[in-house]
Design a binder for this molecule. Structure first.
Ligand SMILES: [Mn+2]
Length: 256
C-alpha cells in the first residue's frame, strides 16, 4: 500500500475507534513504552507477543530521537490496519505536530511540507487512553482533570486535558497541579489519587518521562520505555486481563 493510502485508511480507523479504547475482559495485554524511532523494538514486540489472545498497546512517541522514525511509524500503522482489534497506538506528544511545534522533531523536519501535513493529520487522530476491565488505565503521560473516564472521548486537542494526557509529568510530592516546566505540566500525588478515584482505576501505565522512578505513588503508577534512544533497558509490561489488579508491581516486566 502506498503511504498516502496507508495514512488515509489509518485515519479512518482511528476516527472509528475513538479517543478512548476499552480492552476486552479476556487474554492478555502487552504495554509498550515510547519506541522513538526504534523500529527494531517494534518489530520484536509484534513478533514475540502478538497472537489472537493478546492485545498490544503502544504508549505513544513513535517518531523523533531514534534513527528509524519513518520506518517505525509506517510499520506500526501497517500492523494496526492488519490487526485492528489487537494493536492500539496511543497518542504521544511527538504525534501532536498538527497542533504545536516542539523539539527535538528530527522526523517532522525531515519531511516535505506535503508529507508532514499528511502524517500530522493522521497521527492527530490517535486515541488518548486505553482502559482495561480489571482496573488499569494506559496513557502516554499523565491524566486529565475530567469527571469520568467516558469524558476522555470528548477531549479537545490543545486543551489542558489533552496537554495533561500527552505532555504531563508526575512528581512524587504532595499536591495537585504544580505548574508548568517548559511545555510540560507537572502534577503531584493528590492529583493522581483524585483522578484515579474518579475513573475507578487502580493502576496507571505510561511512558514519556525518562527520569521518573519506575514506580510512583505506592506502586500505582508504572513508567516504561521501549527504545534504544534512551539509556534504559527496553521494557514491556504484561497484564493478564482477567485477574484483579491492585498494584503496578503485579504486572510482569520483560526486556526486549
Ligand atoms: Mn513523550
Amino acid at each position: 500500500m502506498d503511504e498516502r493510502a496507508l495514512l488515509q485508511q489509518a485515519s479512518e480507523l482511528f476516527r472509528l475507534q475513538g479517543q478512548l479504547i476499552e480492552l476486552p475482559a479476556r487474554g492478555r495485554a502487552v504495554f509498550v513504552g515510547d519506541t522513538h524511532g526504534d523500529w527494531q523494538a517494534s518489530q520484536i514486540v509484534v513478533e514475540r507477543y502478538l497472537d489472537s489472545e493478546t492485545v498490544l498497546v503502544f504508549l505513544g512517541d513513535y517518531v523523533d530521537r531514534g534513527p528509524h522514525s519513518l520506518e517505525n511509524i509506517l510499520f506500526l500503522l501497517e500492523q494496526k490496519l492488519k490487526h485492528p482489534k489487537n494493536i492500539f497506538l496511543l497518542q504521544g506528544n511527538h504525534e501532536g505536530w498538527k497542533y504545536a511545534e516542539f523539539s527535538p522533531a528530527d522526523f517532522w523536519q525531515s519531511l516535505s511540507q506535503e508529507r508532514r501535513e499528511r502524517f500530522a493529520e493522521t497521527l492527530a487522530q490517535l486515541p488518548l487512553a486505553a482502559s482495561t476491565p480489571n482496573g488499569v488505565l494506559a496513557t502516554h503521560a499523565a491524566l486529565p482533570d475530567v469527571q469520568s473516564l467516558a469524558e476522555i472521548r470528548q477531549i479537545a486537542p490543545m486543551s489542558d486535558h489533552w496537554r495533561a494526557l500527552t505532555w504531563g509529568d508526575w512528581q512524587e510530592v504532595p499536591g495537585y497541579y504544580l505548574g508548568d516546566r517548559g511545555s510540560r505540566p507537572q502534577y503531584g500525588e493528590a492529583y493522581f489519587r483524585e483522578i484515579m478515584r474518579r475513573f475507578e482505576k487502580r493502576v496507571l501505565i505510561r511512558g514519556h518521562q525518562p527520569h521518573a522512578p519506575r514506580y510512583l505513588f505506592g506502586a500505582r503508577c508504572v513508567t516504561i520505555f521501549t527504545s534504544s534512544a534512551y539509556p534504559l533497558p527496553r521494557t514491556v509490561a504484561l497484564l493478564n486481563l482477567t485477574d484483579p489488579i491492585h498494584k503496578a508491581d503485579q504486572l510482569s516486566l520483560e526486556m526486549v
